[in-house]
Ligand binder design. Structure first.
Ligand code: TRP
Length: 332
């Protein structure tokens, strides 16, 4: 491997939204040739919150199939499940010994989660960023595409890497946030001031990439707008309509100006139907491919096994370097 490595992970919880698709996945497709991209289903991370085993297993597999169906090519990228590469847990332990409790207690996401999960304030919740650091550092990733909510976790990853490199000798690539061409930001259909969230408790706020057509149409019909009844791009004063225009532009290919010209005085009902239509058309091949993949579990498992093997080879190289540096006895 000599192209720079890009690493990203996704927790298999909630849904993969059109916001994830427009904002992240479509950009990843453009990185495929320039970088060595590694995408992990972060199934160990999501165990920090109680999961129903059968549902969790099904969802993780579904997320994997959705990545593939969205166009991520398993020959050009490494796609795998975090739990299939044991080195994540192992490096995580070692990195724990180079991370301070205070640093973890100061993480804003930990504080938020700790307030929310008072009945299950487990060690994993506190340790979550160290596992994430292990994900990234195992692969010597140079770039990590992260949203605002994960910036702090990337910062601590850098701190841990620098600390380790200084204590021993250069071992880890110190990763940076990937801020190349960012995809458009997509907001909730119910609250256009908030980012569309994969775990929105309001089912009308977000649309999944594999959602059925009637459901998509219904959600756009119910999308929160304003009372002006003019389709005009003005994120400040008309965040709902502007968000719908962005979604339409990103999925249907029309520019914002063209949308404005075509729909300005057509009324919101007509416009919302047109947005839904654009989204439905764009997602149709994804849903079809997803359905095909989910009917072929053996194929999915082959891809997952191959991904785990390729990821594992890189991970083992880094881990054995780390073990040697900290002074563990090597079996040779
Ligand atoms: N914590 C990330 C999130 O919730 C998911 C994640 C796990 C991740 N490991 C990662 C993201 C490594 C980037 C790199 O969004």
């Amino acid at each position: 491997m000599n192209k720079p490595v890009v690493y990203s992970g996704i927790q298999p919880t909630g849904i993969i939204t059109i916001g994830n698709y427009i904002g992240a996945i479509t950009n990843w497709l453009k990185l495929q040739d320039e970088y060595d991209c590694i995408y992990g289903i972060a199934d160990l991370h999501a165990l920090t919150v109680r999961q129903v085993p059968a549902e969790y297993r099904a969802r993780a597999l579904s997320f994997f199939a959705q990545y593939l169906a969205s166009g991520l090519d398993p020959r050009k990228n490494i796609l795998y499940f975090q739990s299939h590469v044991h080195e994540h847990a192992e490096l995580s332990w070692i990195l724990n010994c180079f991370t301070y409790i205070g640093e973890m207690q100061r993480m804003t996401q930990f504080k938020d989660k700790a307030a929310k999960h008072t009945d299950n304030l487990n060690m994993g919740l506190l340790d979550y960023p160290v596992l994430m650091a292990a994900d990234i550092l195992l692969y010597q990733a140079a770039l990590v595409p992260v949203g605002a909510d994960q910036k702090q976790h990337l910062e601590i990853t850098r701190d841990i890497a620098i600390r380790f490199n200084n204590l021993y000798s250069p071992t880890f690539t110190v990763p940076e946030a990937y801020i190349g061409k960012q995809g458009a930001r997509i907001f909730s259909l119910q609250d256009p001031s908030a980012k569309m969230s994969k775990s929105d408790p309001d089912p009308n706020g977000a649309v999944s990439v594999i959602e059925d057509e009637n459901s998509i149409a219904g959600k756009f019909r119910r999308a929160v707008t304003d009372s002006e009844n003019s389709v005009r791009y003005d994120p400040e004063n008309k965040p709902g309509i502007s968000n719908l225009m962005t979604i339409m532009s990103e999925t249907g290919g029309m520019t914002i100006e063209e949308i404005e010209k075509n729909y300005r005085d057509k009324g919101y009902a007509v416009f919302k139907n047109a947005v839904a239509e654009a989204v439905i058309e764009r997602l149709r091949p994804i849903r079809e491919e997803y359905t095909r993949l989910m009917a072929d579990k053996a194929y999915l498992m082959d891809i997952a096994r191959d991904g785990a093997e390729r990821a594992g080879r890189i991970a083992r190289k880094t881990l054995s370097k780390v073990k040697r540096k900290v002074g563990l006895v090597e079996l040779k």
